[in-house]
Design a binder for this molecule. Structure first.
Ligand code: SF4
Length: 255
């Protein structure tokens, strides 16, 4: 039977530090729902995060063991913890700046080695907490504090990146797709090996304001308009796919 999610939070936690309209609060809720539905004992889990707003999702909120590590180094710490205690279910939760920009090398090598970790990357397309700089995920033309006229570099496709590096499972969903996201988190937690989810989570403060979104609701609405399933994408032309975000679960057929 579903537990009150408050049972998963540290005593005394009354609010989060996230800005109004930030997607990270939704993601926090969905991770806990997935854990609750699987009835996993939090004492069997370790949550590891790096630096950035998404790093606050597990730490200080979850009533479990957490490691809040150096910028870009969450996967390295998680790998060490898993090697020391292979029985632990280790989940890394952090942002795109932390995991895929500063920490990109750890990401691709953990995928290559198929290290038994679940990595949840909250992708808000920018460095949020540390000043709104361009990340490896910022879309072409996005205004950031380091690309005032729009970034000139193309972003990584994170799912293709980890699958290409050797990860057996990757998924992409937005926080506006809660049912699919819970299912994907549960798939990760019940699969051995390196599993990765890119979660599209809007940052109205650093990304939205610079890129002229009127409100946080506009960012959520745009995600709902743009996200399509793999099946829908398969029926669309290259032109129709422009500006669309293909979501779903992806594998590369490797064990
Ligand atoms: S800066 Fe952006 S990512 Fe960070 S809490 Fe605020 S809205 Fe969320």
């Amino acid at each position: 039977m579903a537990r009150d999610l408050e049972a998963y939070l540290r005593p005394g936690i009354a609010s989060t530090p996230f800005c109004p309209g930030c997607g990270h609060g939704i993601l926090m809720n969905l991770i806990l729902r997935a854990i609750d539905e699987l009835e996993i004992d939090m004492d069997e889990m370790l949550f590891v995060s790096g630096i950035g707003c998404a790093g606050w999702i597990p730490s200080p909120h979850f009533n479990a063991d957490t490691l809040h590590t150096l910028h870009g180094r969450a996967i390295a710490f998680a790998t060490g913890a898993k090697m020391f205690n292979p029985k632990l279910k280790v989940m890394v939760i952090s942002g795109d700046g932390d995991l895929t920009s500063i920490g990109g090398n750890h990401l691709i090598h953990a995928a290559r080695r198929n290290t038994d970790l679940t990595v949840i990357c909250a992708n808000n397309m920018i460095y949020g907490m540390t000043g709104g700089q361009a990340a490896s995920t910022s879309p072409l033309g996005a205004r950031t504090s380091t690309s005032m006229d729009g970034t000139i570099y193309r972003p990584f496709d994170l799912c293709k990146l980890v699958l290409g590096a050797g990860a057996p499972y990757a998924a992409r969903f937005a926080v506006t797709q809660p049912v699919s996201l819970i299912k994907a988190i549960k798939s990760c937690l019940t699969t051995t090996g390196f599993t990765f989810i890119e979660v599209l989570s809007p940052c109205p403060t650093q990304f939205g304001r610079r890129n002229r979104y009127e409100s946080p609701a506009d960012m959520m609405n745009l995600l709902m308009e743009r996200c399509i399933s793999k099946d829908e994408a398969a029926r669309m032309s290259v032109e129709q796919l422009k500006d669309r975000i293909v979501t779903g679960e992806f594998t590369n057929g490797r064990p």
